[in-house]
Write a protein that binds this ligand. Structure first.
Ligand SMILES: *Cc1c(COP(=O)(O)O)cnc(C)c1O
Length: 393
């Protein structure tokens, strides 16, 4: 397997306090053992099919394509998964690993609550004790997701330090993890954090790209010209991209949130505007001040609102295997509305960033070109926020 040592060029690694090193080593050993164990893989495949509902379609968006008049746009329908996004691909994988390791308790951090819900879901499925750390401010803003987690049997614990948002929830979860490592598994939500998480999350999410590859070969008899996905921490994107890494004719494009604009402070474009630093135990491009403290970030899409980015994307960028572009809040909102009207699909605001760039690109390409856009999630969760925004305009 690629990147077994946890490095992607100079990025990644494990910059953690001593007590964590031993626990991470234990997870690393278990992961690399089970990911090649036929009975583990069979169990994973069973839940991917019967619980998540995979394989989901690679849908040819004919109306959208015709309305633009350029390249063919296909949508990888992660929005059709159980719980409505790609996150469950990863939580199912990690919970099965935790079970094999004999762990009795799962903890996780969550920002907007989507990863918390996906974690609480699989803990309910396997009857595992579940604690979710969430910033006090996020708990107020995302009360519906808090309610869902509680319905699913999880305990939601507020993080009350710092800005009372995602970073503080991560710190609280890490402290819990160090204290209770014998019994507890930390289920991380994106392709970030110290080794082995970026590799592990990538492997569990790579089902997206493996399916897309097979599906496009069946439908078009060839590989696509472009893959496009939004990049928060980077898990849905790397899940699509990685299985095409060696196909050099396939262009890889990650889309970061430009928020109110790259020339303002209100964006979360870590690759486009960040500098190299260490955040949450790994080296990456990050939005930080000169002293290395992470700065507040903004995106209309709560799931893209993260000051760092997965190490594999940093490597793709520096080695030119991937290109990273940005889309503003307003552009994402326009793409959101367009997909609703043309295809009858309500996309997540996160996915609308990928869609926006995909549409712009399609217009400038000839009709024989093929683009795959990862529709990472559905937009039901965003309907209320969008209603409020549109009412104010
Ligand atoms: C969480 C989320 C994202 C961003 O996370 P990645 O790890 O970058 O994939 C994107 N889309 C949706 C729908 C999400 O819920």
């Amino acid at each position: 397997m690629k990147n077994r040592n946890g490095y992607f060029g100079e990025f990644g690694g494990a910059y953690v306090p001593k007590p964590l090193e031993k626990i991470l080593k234990e997870i690393e050993n278990a992961f690399f053992t089970y990911i090649e164990d036929p009975s583990f893989l069979e169990e994973l495949k069973y839940y991917q099919k019967e619980y998540i509902g995979r394989a989901n379609p690679l849908y040819y968006a004919r109306n959208l394509t015709d309305s633009i008049g350029g390249a063919k746009i296909y949508l990888k329908r992660e929005d059709l998964n159980h719980t409505g996004a790609h996150k469950i691909n990863n939580t199912i994988g990690q919970v099965l690993l935790a079970k094999r390791m004999g762990k009795k308790r799962i903890i996780a951090e969550t920002g907007a609550g989507q990863h918390g819900v996906a974690t609480a879901t699989v803990c309910a499925l396997f009857n595992i004790d579940c604690t979710i750390y969430m910033g006090e401010k996020d708990i107020e803003r995302q009360s519906l997701n808090v309610f869902k987690m509680e319905l699913l049997g999880a305990k939601v614990v507020p993080a009350t330090t710092g800005r009372k948002t995602l970073k503080d929830a991560v710190d609280a979860a890490l402290n819990d993890f160090i204290e209770n490592c014998e019994t507890t598994f930390y289920l991380l939500g994106s392709a970030v954090g110290p080794h082995p998480y970026p590799v592990m999350v990538r492997e569990f999410q790579s089902i997206i790209g493996k399916e897309a590859r097979e599906q496009i070969l069946e439908k078009e008899g060839r590989l696509p010209d472009y893959l496009i996905a939004c990049v928060g921490g980077g898990s849905n994107a790397i899940g699509l991209f990685n299985p095409f890494y060696d196909d050099l004719d396939v262009n890889i494009v990650g889309v970061e949130p430009a928020g109110l604009g790259l020339d303002t402070k209100d964006h979360a474009a870590s690759l486009s505007k960040g500098t190299i630093g260490v955040i949450h135990g790994f080296k990456c491009y990050t939005i930080q001040d000169e002293a290395g403290n992470d700065l507040p970030v903004h995106s209309i899409a709560a799931g893209l609102d993260y000051p760092g980015v997965g190490p594999e994307h940093c490597f793709y960028k520096d080695s030119n295997r991937g290109k990273y572009v940005t889309v503003t809040d307003n552009e994402a909102l326009e793409a959101f509305k367009t997909l609703c009207k043309t295809e009858g699909i309500i996309p997540a605001l996160e996915s609308s960033h990928a869609l926006s760039y995909g549409m712009k690109l399609a217009k400038n390409l000839s009709k024989d070109k093929i683009i795959i856009v990862n529709l990472s999630g559905r937009g039901d969760k965003d309907a209320k926020q969008i209603k409020e925004i549109l009412n104010c305009k």
